[in-house]
Design a protein around this ligand. Structure first.
Ligand SMILES: Nc1ncnc2c1ncn2[C@@H]1O[C@H](COP(=O)(O)OP(=O)(O)O)[C@@H](O)[C@H]1O
Ligand SMILES: [Mg+2]
Length: 311
């Protein structure tokens, strides 16, 4: 659906985007993550035909972004990171204005506006003035605007930044609906966990360069080094019990490190098959009173900090 091939952008002598290549499939919700200044907006502006690449290319449904801007604009909808809304326009009038720009008839427009407002959960704001809507509502209205011409790909630049948790949850629901409608979405953020939980796949860039692209599961695998297993002991476990657990663990093949998080829990670095892990659990639980044994989930914020460098 969308392919970037060695896409590069220079601003004077500064390299904002450096041979970026990635692919996004049909109906994929793809997160685009990177710290501020990584080159996300630059990439999205090139894909939206607002900026020319210095070299490299990008195609959407086989159409070249740099040489066929008109066709591309019909295929994608873009929601910029900063957008203006006009004063003294109602939500419905705002969408009507843009629908007219696309040349839709009056009948089509009336029908379409109701559908779009419903899709972005703004039906009850149809007659509200745009400049009086909350930030989250304005963002949803802008998303409706980007959907007017029924594009195949949506490009959303940091739509969740500055949103409160409720507005973010609402945005997530809307994105799922768009996916169900068969749309592909490229959505950027500088906050990795926020995107990872709602996307099928991710691309991480830093200083204009690709760091990772693939599914969230592949990212976990890519970040080799298993996370530690936390072993929680029963309340009131004394030092003797801790001692016993520690010496049992030490002797177990595959255990390469043991730490103590707090008086009742141990953190165990263990590498081995699932069968071996099962054996470890059985042997531990038959000899010391444990109440919990689990591998901590991948800490996405930590991964992000590790893969992107400090300024
Ligand atoms: N028009 C421009 N002229 C010069 N430098 C720019 C311009 N636009 C962006 N940059 C620089 O390019 C880099 C990438 O910016 P941007 O694509 O906006 O990153 P992001 O959206 O990931 O925060 C930044 O260092 C930014 O300062
Ligand atoms: Mg940006």
């Amino acid at each position: 659906m969308l392919t970037l091939n060695e896409l590069t952008k220079h601003y004077g002598s500064f390299i904002a985007l450096d041979h970026l290549s990635l692919t996004i499939g049909d109906g994929e919700l793809h997160g685009f993550v990177g710290p501020n200044g990584a080159g996300k907006t630059t990439t999205m502006r090139i894909l939206s035909t607002l900026l020319s690449p210095t070299s490299g290319s990008a195609t959407l449904c086989g159409v070249d972004v740099a040489t066929k801007p008109k066709e591309i604009r019909m295929l994608m909808g873009y929601m910029p990171d900063f957008f203006g809304v006009y004063d003294r326009l109602k939500a419905s009038e705002y969408l009507d204005f843009y629908a007219r720009c696309y040349g839709f008839s009056y009948r089509d427009r009336m029908h379409m506006i109701d559908n779009l407002l419903e899709l972005v959960h703004l039906s009850d704001k149809k007659d509200s003035y745009v400049d009086l809507l909350s930030r989250g509502m304005k963002q949803r209205l802008c998303l409706a605007r980007a959907l007017i011409h029924d594009p195949k790909l949506l490009i959303l630049d940091e739509p969740a930044s500055g949103m409160d948790p409720r507005a973010r949850a609402e945005m997530k629901t809307i994105l799922r609906t768009l996916k169900d409608l068969g749309k592909s979405v490229l959505i950027s953020s500088h906050i990795m966990p926020e995107l990872a939980e709602m996307c099928d796949s991710l691309t991480i860039i830093d200083h204009g360069k690709l760091v990772f692209t693939g599914s969230v599961d592949e990212l976990s695998a890519h970040m080799s080094g298993n996370s530690p297993i936390t072993v929680q002991l029963i309340d009131g476990a004394d030092s003797e019990i801790i001692q016993k657990a520690t010496s049992l663990l030490k002797e177990f093949p595959g255990v390469t490190g043991i730490g103590q998080d707090d008086p009742k829990s141990l953190s165990v670095i263990f590498e081995g098959s699932q069968e071996a892990q099962n054996e470890l659990l059985r042997s531990l639980s038959s000899q010391v009173p444990i109440i919990d044994f689990h591998r901590a989930p991948l800490n996405l914020e930590k991964v992000f900090m590790e893969v992107t460098q400090d300024e």
